[in-house]
Design a protein around this ligand. Sequence first.
Ligand code: PLP
Length: 406
Amino acid sequence: MLNDIELTNLRKQFPVLSQQVNDHPLIYLDNAATSQKPLCVLEAINTYYRDINANVHRASHALSAQATAAYENARDICAQFINANSSKEIIWTRGTTEAINLIANCLTTEFQAGDEIIISTLEHHANIVPWQMLAQRTGAILKIIPLLPSTDIDMQAYKLLLNDKTKLVAVSHVSNAIGTVNPIEDIIALAKQVGAKVLIDGAQGVSHWTIDVQALGCDFYVFSGHKMYGPTGIGVLWGKEAELNQLPPWQGGGEMIKTVSFEQSTYNELPFKFEAGTPNISAAISLASAMTFLNSYDRQILANHEAELLAYATAKLEKMPRIKIIGNPQQRAGGVSFIIDDAHNGDVGMLLDLQGIAVRTGHHCAQPLMQSLNLSGTIRVSFAIYNTKAEVDFFIKALNELQDLL
Ligand SMILES: Cc1ncc(COP(=O)(O)O)c(C=O)c1O
C-alpha cells in the first residue's frame, strides 16, 4: 500500500479531490464510471491548445509538424504501455464503446448465418449491443456464458459453448457492475483451440494492472482513456496487426484514404485506415501523459493499494447486517456492489451525496446481469489509486448512520 506521504503527494496531483461537496470534503468512490485527472493530464490538454494547436498529418507548417509529432509520440507511448508489437496496432477511438462497434462492424463480412459469437452474462451494454447488431445483420447467433452462484464465469459451461462455429469470443476483463475478474488467459486459450477470434473489453482492467497484450494472446483489447486518469473522448483499440490488416475500413473520410476518385478510393495503411476525420488530438496526447504518470510509479504498489482498499471496504460492508454484497468471486477488482434490505439504491446514493460521497447506483449499464441476479440495481463503490482508508471509514460511518433513516 502507498504510505501516508506517498498518498498525500499523489492526491495533490488531483486538484478536484480537494474540493468540498455539500459542505463535506469530496470522497470520490465512482471511479469505475470515470476517474479524476492528474495535473499532468490537465496541463497536456492546456499546452496543446495554447501552444501547438494544428491539424495533424496534413499540412507542411511548423505547428502541424509539432502536433503530428506529439500525436504520434502519444501512439508510441500507448503501444509501449500495453506492450503492443507495433504502434500501427494502436487505433485511437472515442472510447471502449466505439472500439467494440468498430470491430463488430468490420467483422460483418466474415460472418455467415449460423456462426456463433460468445459473450458472458457479466458484460456491459457496450459489449452486448454491437454483437447483437452484428448477429442481426448476418444471421449469426449470440451465445451467453452463464455465471456460477459466486458470480464467476461458469468455465465448464463456456467449454461446452465453444465449437467450430464459434467465430468470436468477447468478454470483459473485469465486470464494471460487480467487480468480478474474469480468467481471461484461460478464456482466450480455450477460444484459440477452436480458432475463434477474441476481443477483451479492458475498460476496467487497464487502470488497475500492467497489461501485456502480446502475452495475453487475444486479437483485440479495447479500453477508454477516461477510466485510467486520461480525458474523455479518447480510447484505444489494440488489435494484432495481421487481424487489423484483414479488416475492411469502417468510417470513410479524410486520413483513412490513399487516393480518392469518383470511381474508386484506395485506403491508407494501419493505423490510419481506421482513423477517418480529424482525431481528438489533445485527448490522445494527454492520455499518453496519464500513461506516463502511471508508469512513474511502481504499478504493483498502486495495484496493491487499490486491492487493499477494496478488501478493507468489503470486509467492513460484510459486517453490516442489512447489507448484502453481490457476488463472491474468486477475484474482485476495482469495486464492490451491494444492496441494503428494504432500501432503494437511489435513495442511498442521494443520502451519501449529502455527505460529499460520490457512489454509483442503478444497473451500471449491465441490465442482463441485473436480470440474471434478480436485481433492479445495486450501489457500487469503486476505488482508484488516490482513495484512502480514512475515506472508506467515513463512507462506512455515513452508511451506518443513513441506514437508520431508510
Ligand atoms: C466494462 C466496460 N465496458 C465498456 C464500457 C464503456 O466505456 P465508454 O463509455 O468509455 O465507451 C464501460 C464503461 O463503464 C465499462 O465499464
